[in-house]
Write a protein that binds this ligand. Structure first.
Ligand SMILES: [Zn+2]
Length: 99
């Protein structure tokens, strides 16, 4: 029984390690870190490889609709300021419906 628990703890530690690694990669590329953690926890090396080859997330310029890398603060084409990382999400999801 102790061996089983030891293996379980070892697997959990490995999963959390992969989760943290995926989190770090996702954060650098502008993807959701929560999703990355869970994918890393359950899929381990496969999720890590997926994030390693994944392209950085982009967001669209509100003025010229050109895709820009997530971390940019101004548009690469027209130079207009891009919204902060949290702002587009709060605009597309205005909250619970009011009846
Ligand atoms: Zn633009």
């Amino acid at each position: 029984m102790e061996a089983f628990i030891a293996v379980l703890i070892l697997l959990a530690a490995i999963g959390i390690g992969f989760g943290a690694a995926c989190c770090s990669l996702a954060s650098k590329k502008g993807h959701s870190t929560t999703t990355a953690f869970w994918l890393g926890l359950f899929f381990g090396l496969f999720a890590l490889l997926g994030y390693a080859i994944a392209r950085p997330a982009t967001r669209e310029c509100p003025t010229c609709h050109e895709p820009n890398y997530f971390k940019r603060t101004t548009c690469k084409m027209c130079g207009s300021p891009l919204q902060s990382a949290a702002a587009p999400d709060s605009q597309t999801h205005p909250g619970p419906l009011q009846m």
